[in-house]
Design a protein around this ligand. Structure first.
Ligand SMILES: [Zn+2]
Length: 635
């Protein structure tokens, strides 16, 4: 206990000093795990030091018991069987688990400062009545004894994954729920997204000596157990080895174990070392090339998104796809080189947006998956430009597809509560990329670049939310951006600017644009018949500012958001204009491209007719086909 307390003092000093209004809770776990690999069970002892930095008095606490989700009839089971597009990895598999295959977390006892507590297990949440309220700034010691059965792997964690990794141990220990300015977050585990308390882990795992263990944190006793950096070979190998890992300034702890892991260490002079754990074989032959891509990934990310602070990063074969944890990832390993690099880059980039900028993912999945995908798209583009026609084009396409369907749900939907997995996936990944990339259209690339760095510098090791990110970009751009996030996060209203009509005027041409549901600044380009180009920029009045535009671009009057149409006078005759192109700089998720570009017809009697553009919808056998029509309207 004394030892634990001294670690604590160091951590309190080393955690950043927060502004007056910001606070967050603090948790330091010391855990001992005695693993029985024959029965896939373990007994755990958990000492948890919890510091209440909130201004509130806490009368109860909650723990996550994630493994209890893997039991027939659980909320996760019901959800998976009732959602219309169930995750194929789960399907109805939970309902078929036998007693020896289920996940089970039994709590034997729980003490608060030495006093035994009453508690109730409500499936994946442990509800605890405290013996004594925890006052603001109080520190309490919880001591828990528990027993766990590791389930057959269904989703993320469990035993015997599809590639034969024995144990993928994520969401494996009773984890105190986070309490923040919005109160408790005791979400039942039905599908996804996590949120943890900042602090430290000191974990000792006693396990059959045939296993190699990979984990969050730094192995403390390599010499003693003959693993890790150690060259030592033990004379007599005991039946069990005791692995001790420590991790500081993290909010979760993952580990994995397999008797056939190869452990490779890639030294990296300019950043963290990489630890690779995988089963060697034909299907994992590309792992030997992974190190050099990882070195470049962290180099790029350190430069553009903030400095990765931990001494190493582990890529561990395990899990059921790719999943991020502090200082580590579990990925499936039988992959082509591009797929292996792609998933590793994505998961590594989570170190920034999940590992260090630990938003509540359930509420702000787009700030985790979206920002991570944005960063990984940029890095993958550096590696394999041939696979990316545009860096984020895939994300724009995926967003537009759902925006034009009836399935889209707003980004502010809680991650577990989307009606479909499709809507969740697009909202958090694709629209999450778009919301960030599209900011460039409003504030400019350089401001976005500066904002990402400042966001990291000001909010790493905390729990930023959407407002915190918005304020950073507002400060960097000197613009008001609440409208952008209100529309794009809290609603499913779409952007659809279009060219409405072209009209001959005495001294030139009157071009009228129309607006869709959501206001945005508008950029467009006019190409003359002789090849000359003119660029125009219309800020939306809501921005209260303008981005820096290229010299020569004409900045027009603000577009009042209440106005459905906006007209511009051009000093050229309509017959001189060849094409008008909206959004010529790209980076805007305009959901209707048909009215964005117009080639002005050569044969048009401008003295008699103006040109009106109309989108026509024809019902065809296989769905609705849209076409654009140019209509003559008498002057
Ligand atoms: Zn991800």
């Amino acid at each position: 206990m004394k030892k634990c307390f001294s670690t604590l003092i160091i951590l309190i000093i080393s955690l950043p000093i927060f502004g007056q209004n910001y606070w967050q809770q603090e948790a330091h776990y010391k855990m001992d795990v005695d693993f029985d690999a024959t029965h896939h069970q373990f007994e755990g002892l958990q000492n948890l030091t919890y510091i209440n930095h909130s201004p509130d008095t806490l009368t109860q606490v909650f723990y996550h018991l994630y493994f209890n989700a893997f039991q027939p009839g659980s909320m996760m089971d019901v959800r998976s069987k009732t959602i219309i597009d169930s995750d194929r990895r789960v399907g109805n598999r939970i309902s078929k688990l036998k007693p020896t295959q289920i996940g089970l977390q039994e709590i034997w006892s729980l003490e608060q400062n030495g006093v035994f507590l009453d508690f109730e297990i409500n499936e994946t949440i442990l509800e605890v009545s405290l013996a004594e309220s925890i006052l603001p700034n109080d520190t309490v010691e919880f001591r828990m004894k528990y027993k766990t059965q590791v389930p057959i792997q269904i989703r993320r964690s469990g035993r015997m994954n599809s590639e034969g990794i024995d144990y993928s141990m994520s969401q494996w220990y009773p984890k105190l729920c986070e309490y923040d300015k919005d109160g408790w977050h005791a979400n039942p585990y039905v599908g996804r997204e996590f949120y943890g308390i900042w602090g430290s882990f000191d974990v000792t795992i006693h396990m059959d000596s045939k296993y190699t263990i990979a984990a969050t944190g730094v192995l403390q006793n390599p010499d003693e157990i003959g693993h890790g950096y150690s060259e030592l070979t033990l004379d007599t190998i005991p039946t069990k080895l005791s692995w001790n890992f420590k991790a500081e300034k993290v909010h979760d702890f993952v580990w994995a174990a397999d008797p056939d892991y190869t452990h490779e260490i890639i030294q990296n002079d300019n950043g963290p070392n990489f630890h690779l754990f995988y089963q060697q074989g034909e299907k994992t032959k590309h792992w030997k090339d992974l190190g050099k891509y990882m070195i470049r990934t962290f180099e790029y990310a350190n430069k553009h998104f903030g400095e990765y602070p931990y001494p190493h990063y582990s890529i561990i074969q395990g899990g059921d796809g790719g999943m991020e944890y502090p200082m580590a990832t579990l990925i499936t390993g039988h992959r082509s080189l591009k797929s292996l690099v792609g998933v590793s880059v994505h998961e590594a980039m989570h170190s920034w947006y999940h590992g260090l900028l630990a938003t509540n993912e359930a509420l702000y999945a787009w700030m985790d998956e979206g920002f991570t995908s944005y960063a990984s798209n940029r890095i993958e583009y550096e590696f394999f430009p041939e696979d990316f026609p545009g860096i984020h084009e895939g994300s724009y396409k995926s967003y537009k597809r759902i925006a034009n369907s009836h399935y889209e749900e707003p980004l502010c939907t809680h991650a577990d509560h989307f009606d479909t997995n499709w809507a969740y996936g697009v909202a958090s990944y694709s629209k999450g990329v778009v919301i960030l990339d599209q900011l460039s259209y409003i504030v400019g690339d350089e401001v976005v670049e500066r904002s990402l760095k400042r966001y990291f510098d000001e909010w790493a090791y905390k729990h930023p939310d959407a407002r915190d990110f918005k304020r950073i970009v507002e400060k960097e751009s000197n613009m008001e951006l609440d409208w952008y996030f209100e529309y794009f996060v809290n609603s499913t209203k779409t952007i659809d600017y279009g060219i409405h009509e072209i009209n001959k005027k005495e001294n030139g041409t009157l071009i009228t644009l129309k607006k869709g549901e959501m206001p945005m600044p508008v950029e467009f380009e006019i190409e003359m018949n002789d090849g000359r180009l003119s660029n125009y920029y219309i800020p939306t009045v809501l921005m209260r500012g303008e981005k820096e535009v290229e010299s020569g671009t004409k900045i027009l009057e603000d577009w009042p958001w209440t106005n459905t149409h906006y007209s511009i006078n051009i000093d050229h005759k309509p017959s001189e204009i060849k094409v008008i192109r909206l959004h010529n700089t790209g980076q805007i998720a305009d959901v209707e491209p048909l009215n964005d570009n117009v080639t002005v017809p050569r044969k048009w009697n401008w003295d008699k007719h103006k040109l009106k553009l109309q989108i026509l919808e024809k019902k065809k056998k296989k769905g609705i086909q849209k076409t654009m029509k140019m209509k003559k309207v008498a002057l």
